[in-house]
Design a protein around this ligand. Structure first.
Ligand code: 8YV
Length: 322
């Protein structure tokens, strides 16, 4: 089996890096680090494989990598990859679906609980030494159990979230998906609906759909106008699906009670972003899949995919480019 050259452009756990080094020559260069950026671009001309995530690749960059055969992403989302350009060049794109489903669903349901029961506010009240008497209506939150959960995007993560809500919290679930899909729950526990109908009925609207040209800016002034007064929005998908200005207007008008955001237009979130310290926004640093177990499983799967393609085998998870 011939040794190839692989560009590793994101930190990998030691044992996974060693698996690649056992079969191929490795160049370590993360383009997001100023001191490694030049090495990253210099390496492109020599590599057959790339493995990493969270860095936008484009056709111009692919033109600098004439012998590239596979890009293995340590993510399920593929919005930073030029799908058509990859297809035209016969380059295989791999990703890591499935292994992060339950961790992301846990985090998203945690955001439903944290925003509605104001967990951060109350923790800060104690931490700041402001707990001086029994809490009153000023500190009250809102119940989660029995409320209606709206899920926009009903793939693996959406269905895992629905299970937590319906089976664990007695919440009626309404979901909106591109294609008809079974609810995966006992009859009567979840129903499909159009986006506007979902927005009008849901107490919580959770976004778990991919970022595409069709979903970019999907949640804007019209969508917020459809939402139930006092609803809470959770974005666990991608920042550009929500129009951030419209979100702030909906919060400041009082129509939206709160928002939980794990993803943003620009990540890391700029310090001057009005989303960062808004009193009714729970802002998290893109931690949906950030558990020891899941990030390790994602790295294992991404390395499996890479090694399989370079061996001429079918990878565990190629992203369909057709
Ligand atoms: C990744 C994610 O960790 O898998 C995805 O699509 O958003 C996260 O699990 C992130 O993309 C990597 O930065």
């Amino acid at each position: 089996m011939s040794r190839h050259t692989v560009l590793v452009y994101r930190d990998l756990p030691g044992p996974q890096l060693a698996r690649i080094q056992a079969e191929h020559d490795v160049i370590l260069a993360d383009p997001r680090r100023e001191d490694q950026r030049e090495a990253f671009f210099r390496a492109l001309g020599r590599v057959q494989g790339m493995i990493g995530s969270s860095f936008r690749l484009d056709a111009t960059l692919l033109d600098r990598a004439p012998s590239l055969r596979v890009v293995s992403s340590i993510s399920v989302g593929v919005d930073v990859y030029p799908l058509a350009a990859l297809r035209e060049r016969g380059i295989v794109l791999c990703h890591t679906p499935g292994v992060l489903t339950e961790s992301v669903a846990d985090l998203l349901f945690g955001m439903v609980l944290a925003t509605s029961r104001r967990l951060c506010d109350m923790a800060n009240l104690v931490r700041d030494g402001r707990w001086r008497q029994n809490v009153g209506p000023e500190e009250y939150g809102w119940d989660v159990h029995g409320k209606t959960l709206g899920i926009v995007g009903y793939g693996r993560i959406g269905q895992a979230l629905a299970r937590r809500a319906a089976l664990g919290f007695g919440m009626p679930v309404i979901y909106h998906a591109r294609r008809p899909v079974e609810s995966g729950l006992p009859p009567g526990m979840a129903r499909a609906a159009g986006l506007d109908a979902l927005l009008e009925a849901a107490d919580f609207v959770v976004l778990v759909l991919p970022l595409t040209e069709a979903t970019r800016g999907l949640i804007g002034p019209e969508a917020f106008a459809h939402m139930k007064p006092g609803a809470i929005l959770i974005n666990g998908a991608r920042g550009p699906i929500v129009q951030e200005r419209a979100l702030l207007d909906a919060l400041d008008s009082g129509r939206l009670r709160a928002a939980g955001l794990d993803v943003f237009d620009v990540e890391p979130l700029p310090l001057d972003s009005p989303l960062r310290d808004h009193p009714r926004i729970l802002a998290l640093p893109h931690v949906g899949s950030a558990t020891h177990e899941t990030r390790t499983a994602m790295a294992v799967m991404a390395v499996d995919n890479l090694l399989q393609v370079l061996r001429g085998e079918a990878p565990a998870a190629a992203y369909p480019l057709d």
